[in-house]
Write a protein that binds this ligand. Structure first.
Ligand code: CA
Length: 243
């Protein structure tokens, strides 16, 4: 290292600032309102490309559904789903009719950005249970790319005819730094019968620290200008360290 670069590094440093304010990370098609379809109809998926922006695996069928409020869920105004679901449509997967079988709805695109080590991520999803059925058990998790589950999963069921929120928190580690953020939503059949699962209103928030670019620190002491003898001794020390 040359002397000039030594002094440059002496007056610049990296600062980290803890941000307590959550930052919303937009999730593509988070309420499954795209494409909009007629009430009391559903838009079935014929491949593993699920509701726009999403993919699904292991399900018998995946679809976006616009049920109207009176058909399969209680509450909500005309044409609107009951809270905590939002809008008129939700995504569903039909889990194979055998106890223990699962189906997944995945988001692993690049629009969520990448993990930053030390940042806390909070994933919240509304999951539902149609009237006349037994709720599947749901798990929601963050993923760091295909098949890399990160941290814990939140799990639960929904009362018949309603939606509830599930929420899970994960703090990114140094190993996660720069991994693409993904989401995995899973439903498990609790019976040997037909089992629809319902997802809506996906939310993702990030809570600091936020790492700022290298900036000047006014509290850092700038060394006095060295004498020629001091410079020679310093250069010798630096050269010795690099051997
Ligand atoms: Ca919706």
């Amino acid at each position: 290292m040359k002397l000039a670069s030594f002094f440059f590094l002496s007056i610049f440093c990296t600062q980290s600032a803890n941000s307590a304010e959550p930052v919303n990370i937009p999730v593509q098609n988070a309420s499954f309102e795209d494409p909009g379809i007629a009430m009391k109809s559903h838009e079935e998926q014929t491949s593993q490309v699920g509701p726009e922006g999403w993919t699904w695996v292991n399900a018998l069928r995946a679809a976006v559904d616009n049920p109207g409020d009176a058909n399969i869920f209680d509450g909500g105004q005309e044409g609107q789903l009951p809270a905590p679901a939002t809008g008129m449509q939700f995504a569903y997967l039909n889990v194979p009719p055998k106890k223990g079988r699962t189906a997944d709805l995945l988001y692993a695109g690049k629009s969520l950005g990448k993990f930053v080590a030390g940042t806390k991520y909070v994933l919240t999803v509304s999951v539902g249970n149609r009237k006349g059925f037994v709720s599947p058990t749901y798990w929601i998790s963050l993923s760091g790319g295909k098949d890399i589950l990160l941290g814990p999963s939140a799990s639960g069921t929904a009362p018949e005819g309603s939606f509830v929120d599930l929420s899970v928190t994960y703090t990114a580690t140094s190993e996660d730094d720069n991994r693409v953020i993904g989401i995995q939503l899973k439903a498990e059949n609790n019976t040997d019968k037909f089992c629809p699962s319902s997802f809506d209103n996906v939310r993702l928030r990030a809570i600091g620290p936020i790492v700022s670019p290298k900036t000047f620190s006014p509290t850092l002491e700038i060394p006095k200008f060295p004498q020629l003898q001091d410079i020679k001794e310093l250069q010798d020390k630096l050269d010795e360290q690099q051997k």
